[in-house]
Design a protein around this ligand. Structure first.
Ligand code: PLP
Length: 285
C-alpha cells in the first residue's frame, strides 16, 4: 500500500491504545457500533463500548429501536474509564435528550471532552441514510447546547448541518458559513463533510478551529453502498487522536481510510451495503 501509513500496532501481549464509542447497535452490521468496531479492530485498537440504543435494522432501513436507560449509558462510560482508561471517545446515535444529558455529565466527570484528558468526537447522528429518525426532534437543542460545547470535534454531514445550524450548504461559501456557525456552538473544531455536496466532482471536507480553515479534498467514490460511512470516519478519527495525532492529521488519515472503504464497499441484502474497511485484510484498493 503506497502513500497511506496505517497506525502503529501493539506487539502481541502488550496493551493496545484504547478508545470508547458511545453509540447505537445496527443489527445489519453496517453502521453504528458494528462499523466502529470493525475500524478499531482493523487499526489495531482496543475498543470499549457504551451502548445507547439497539436498532432493528437491515440494508433497507431502520424499522425501530429500543433506547438504553440513560443511567446505564452513563454507568458503561464510568466503569470503563475508571478501570481500562481510554485515549479518545466518540458519540454516534444518542436517541434522546435524556441520554445526551447523561453522556454529557459522565464525560465531563470522566475527563472526556475538549478540556479533558481524552478528546471527544461528536458525530451528531440524526437520521439514517434512508431517512429513519435516530434522534428525537426534541433532543436537537440538547445536542447543540449541551453536547457541542464539550466536543473536541463535531462531524455533521450536510443534512445534519441543516438541522443544527439552519444553513443549506450548496457550495464552498455556504460550507464556510456552516463551519463558522458550528464552531460558534462551542466545539474546538468543526468539520463540515462535503461527501453529499453533489455540485463538486470531488469530496471536499472543511475543517475549522475559529482561526483557520483546513480544506481536505479526496476523490469522490460513487457508490450506493456507503452505509456507515460517517461512523467509520469518526471511528478512524478517534483512533488517530488516541495515537496523539493533531486534529487535522487525524481527519486527513480518517478521510483516506473511509475513501478506501468506499472504494471496496459491497452490496448487501436488497438495499444499501456498508463501507468496507475490510480492504485492510482483503487487499489494497
Ligand atoms: N444506525 C446506527 C445505529 C447508526 O449509528 C447510524 C449512523 O450513525 C446509522 C444507522 C445510519 O447510518 P447511515 O446514515 O450510514 O445509514
Amino acid at each position: 500500500m503506497t502513500g497511506f501509513e496505517l497506525l502503529p500496532v501493539a506487539t502481541p501481549g502488550s496493551t493496545p491504545v484504547r478508545v470508547l464509542t458511545i453509540a447505537g447497535s445496527d443489527s445489519g452490521g453496517g453502521a453504528g457500533i458494528q462499523a466502529d468496531m470493525r475500524t478499531f479492530a482493523l487499526l489495531g485498537l482496543h475498543a470499549c463500548v457504551a451502548v445507547t440504543a439497539v436498532t432493528v435494522q437491515n440494508s433497507l432501513g431502520v424499522s425501530g429501536f429500543q433506547e438504553i436507560e440513560p443511567e446505564t449509558v452513563a454507568a458503561q462510560i464510568r466503569t470503563v474509564t475508571d478501570d481500562i482508561g481510554i485515549g479518545a471517545a466518540k458519540t454516534g446515535m444518542l436517541a434522546s435528550a435524556e441520554i445526551i444529558d447523561a453522556v454529557v455529565a459522565q464525560c465531563a466527570e470522566s475527563g472526556i471532552g475538549r478540556d479533558g484528558s481524552s478528546p471527544l468526537v461528536v458525530d451528531p447522528v440524526c437520521a439514517s441514510m434512508h431517512g429513519n429518525q435516530l434522534l428525537a426532534d426534541s433532543a436537537l437543542d440538547t445536542l447543540r447546547d449541551n453536547l457541542f460545547p464539550l466536543a473536541t470535534l463535531v462531524t455533521p454531514n450536510l443534512d445534519e448541518v441543516r438541522l443544527i445550524t439552519g444553513i443549506d450548504v450548496v457550495d464552498v461559501d455556504s460550507q464556510r458559513d456552516a463551519a463558522k456557525a458550528l464552531f460558534d456552538l462551542g466545539p474546538a473544531w468543526a468539520l463540515v463533510k462535503g461527501g453529499h455536496l453533489r455540485s463538486c466532482d470531488h469530496s471536499p471536507d472543511l475543517l475549522y478551529d475559529g482561526a483557520e480553515f483546513v480544506e481536505l479534498t479526496h476523490r469522490r467514490i460513487d457508490t450506493a453502498h456507503d452505509h456507515g460511512a460517517g461512523d467509520t470516519l469518526a471511528a478512524a478519527i478517534i483512533s488517530a487522536l488516541a495515537h496523539g495525532f493533531p486534529v487535522p492529521d487525524a481527519v486527513a488519515f480518517a478521510k483516506e481510510w473511509v475513501t478506501r472503504g468506499l472504494a471496496a464497499a459491497y452490496p448487501l441484502g436488497a438495499g444499501h451495503g456498508p463501507v468496507n474497511p475490510l480492504w485492510r485484510v482483503s487487499g489494497p484498493y
